[in-house]
Design a protein around this ligand. Structure first.
Ligand SMILES: *[C@@H]1O[C@H](CO)[C@@H](O)[C@H](O)[C@H]1NC(C)=O
Ligand SMILES: *[C@@H]1O[C@H](CO)[C@@H](O)[C@H](O)[C@H]1NC(C)=O
Ligand SMILES: *[C@@H]1O[C@H](CO)[C@@H](O)[C@H](O)[C@H]1NC(C)=O
Ligand SMILES: *[C@@H]1O[C@H](CO)[C@@H](O)[C@H](O)[C@H]1NC(C)=O
Length: 576
């Protein structure tokens, strides 16, 4: 396809511009010949198409862009950087989730071409539920997306806007589909991280409008809006909202026109696959933290006040205090499961730790004391980022909350706790937080994963879906086990507190604990994983630890990362 050539005849273009109704398009088909139809016109790819690969209006269309809305920026997409065979539509309107093409190159009235489609019908989602992930329902998991409907415009358009479309050159929406849009941890890992990597590679700039794929009529989750918001200067919007029948003067920050327009010179659709591209999870978390830094710093005082009002917590700024935040669940979340039943007792024990429960001076680490406190994540994402920049570690039950560790300064730690029946030995638990913090693409790892798996059955209690056990609830044993409440033993918490203090934000020290197996324990401080089973480190070097104190002694012989400790002790500030 040669999309540049169609704009190389200004006279014809002027005709089109003056009266770009479908009727005129149809009446003047000779305008568009001799443009060859292309069956693959939706894919602007390949090195031979360098001129086309920058997806911006060409030639006269550029004039149109500046004339139409003076001063509006032009979104930029470089199709050479596309990894996912994204589809490009030209001259389309969106109307009630339908994509309506006016592109003469692929319109049945002017061409033998085929309108590009995006096959989304094998994409899965778990039914959104106030109880969290819908995979707890037998028929609520792995639901399939309906097909995305793309059709040519016709003479029976109901909407006046589509009877006389004016295509925006300023706004370029990109539909982004991937599996499990209502699982926060999956959203981060299956798609958001890849979008950060793609943007850094130059695929799309901040001027595009990001349209996350969700089933028609359902909301884009707040975490998706927050994360995608770090990649675009326009509001993140669902296709339902973008394509809604509303007055065109309705204000909107999703478009550069500032109002609800629905017809675009260019629009794209991508199906992001789960492959080996990217996998730079910490990088993506840091991207979010950097982007929101001006905002969270400006609200610092309000966040401090809120910590005090909700939890009577004042965060010590003293770097000799090791700060560990517990991912605490609100009443609704706790009703479902995954509560740390003895949270208050553990927080108190941590804060009263003395003697042999504290890092010995001989270790030469900066920490003299521990400070533990609970925080409910997800209520203000901005506050969560702010908080994570100020703590040394986070502890929580298996779940998306642990994704917050990726906002931390380098050398931060996460302790993941799993209920009885849901350890990494017998389930997929290791695929989430541990996987994200152990990416081969980010060695040496900037943040460290520690685990406590519950093996003593009497330390866990069933969650709501296990207790009620209705016929339409999931039959999978591990799905029920995942939601069990847990009592964490003090010896296991003490062990990980001392481990994190000994490591002192130093990767090589962490690796020493990792190779010995003492980074990942059971409730009674035994190895949770046999040597050779850690897929993320050299199998030949994995050992069985017997004495946890001896392992920490070994770790503290390794030189400390003063750089990471200095960064942690220095408050975030904006670059000047
Ligand atoms: C969409 O993709 C699925 C799975 O790859 C395939 O089975 C189906 O036939 C495709 N549908 C269309 C319309 O191409
Ligand atoms: C658009 O953004 C401005 C500035 O942040 C805000 O005041 C306005 O309410 C937003 N409008 C809409 C429709 O979201
Ligand atoms: C399991 O936990 C219970 C409750 O804390 C405790 O009484 C019991 O000794 C534990 N059993 C083992 C084998 O550690
Ligand atoms: C490691 O220790 C566990 C018990 O703690 C034992 O069952 C296992 O055989 C040991 N494995 C090796 C390779 O030493």
């Amino acid at each position: 396809m040669d999309s540049a050539s169609r704009f190389q005849r200004p006279r014809h273009f002027a005709v089109w511009r003056a009266c770009c109704t479908l009727a005129v398009l149809v009446a003047s088909t000779e305008l568009w010949s001799p443009i060859a139809a292309s069956g693959d016109s939706g894919h602007l790819r390949g090195s031979g198409q360098a001129a086309n690969s920058l997806l911006q209006p060409h030639g006269a269309a550029r004039e149109l862009a500046s004339e139409q809305s003076a001063g509006c920026p032009t979104p930029m997409v470089d199709m050479e950087k596309d990894r996912y065979q994204c589809v490009v539509w030209r001259k389309v309107c969106v109307d009630q989730n339908v994509i309506v093409s006016f592109d003469p190159e692929v319109h049945p009235k002017t061409s033998m071409g085929t309108i590009p489609t995006l096959n989304v019908t094998e994409i899965m989602y778990n039914i959104p539920s106030k109880y969290g992930i819908g995979d707890r329902y037998r028929k609520g998991s792995a639901l399939r997306f309906p097909a995305l409907y793309v059709r040519p415009s016709n003479d029976m358009e109901e909407e006046p806007e589509l009877q006389d479309p004016h295509f925006s050159s300023c706004t370029l929406p990109i539909l982004m589909f991937a599996h499990y849009p209502y699982n926060a941890a999956e959203t981060f890992r299956y798609i958001f991280e890849k979008l950060v990597t793609l943007q850094e590679a130059g695929f799309f700039d901040r001027r595009v409008t990001l349209v996350p794929g969700v089933p028609p009529g359902t909301r884009v989750p707040s975490y998706t809006k927050f994360w995608y918001g770090s990649l675009s200067d326009r509001d993140v919007v669902s296709l339902s909202e973008l394509s809604a029948r509303r007055p065109a003067d309705t204000p909107s920050n999703a478009t550069w026109e500032g109002r609800h327009i629905r017809c675009f010179e260019r629009m794209m659709g991508c199906r992001i696959r789960y492959d080996r591209y990217g996998l730079r999870f910490y990088n993506a978390g840091q991207h979010v933290a950097r982007h929101y830094m001006p905002q969270y710093l400006s609200q610092s005082a309000a966040f401090e006040e809120r910590l005090w009002q909700t939890r009577q917590v004042r965060l010590p700024s003293d770097p000799s205090v090791f700060k560990l935040v517990f991912i605490s669940r609100n009443a609704d979340q706790s009703a479902v499961g995954r509560t740390i039943l003895n949270e208050a007792e553990l927080v108190q024990r941590c804060n009263e730790a003395a003697g042999a429960d504290l890092p010995p001076a001989a270790w030469g680490v900066p920490y003299k004391k521990f400070f533990c406190f609970p925080h409910t994540f997800g209520e203000s994402q901005l506050m969560d980022v702010w908080l994570m920049r100020r703590v040394d570690g986070v502890l929580g039950m298996h779940g998306a909350g642990l994704t917050n560790v990726l906002y931390m300064k380098p050398g931060g730690s996460a302790v993941e706790v799993r209920p009885y029946g849901f350890s990494g030995r017998e389930s997929w638990a290791n695929r989430y937080a541990r996987f994200k913090m152990s990416s081969m693409a980010e060695e040496p790892w900037p943040v460290f994963w520690y685990g406590i798996d519950t093996f003593n059955a009497s330390l866990s209690e069933p969650g709501m879906f296990e207790k009620d056990d209705k016929p339409h609830y999931s039959k999978f044993r591990v799905i029920k086990a995942r939601d069990r409440h847990v009592r964490i033993t003090w010896p296991s918490l003490r062990h990980q507190l001392l481990n994190m203090a000994a490591v002192a934000r130093t990767h090589d020290r962490y690796m020493s604990l990792r190779l010995s197996g003492s980074f990942y324990i059971t409730d009674d401080v035994q190895p949770a994983e046999a040597p050779g089973l850690d897929p993320h480190v050299n199998k030949a070097r994995q050992r069985n630890f017997t004495d946890p104190d001896a392992e920490r002694q070994l770790a503290v012989q390794i030189p400390i990362s003063q750089q990471n400790l200095d960064l942690a002790a220095t408050p975030d500030r904006l670059a000047t």
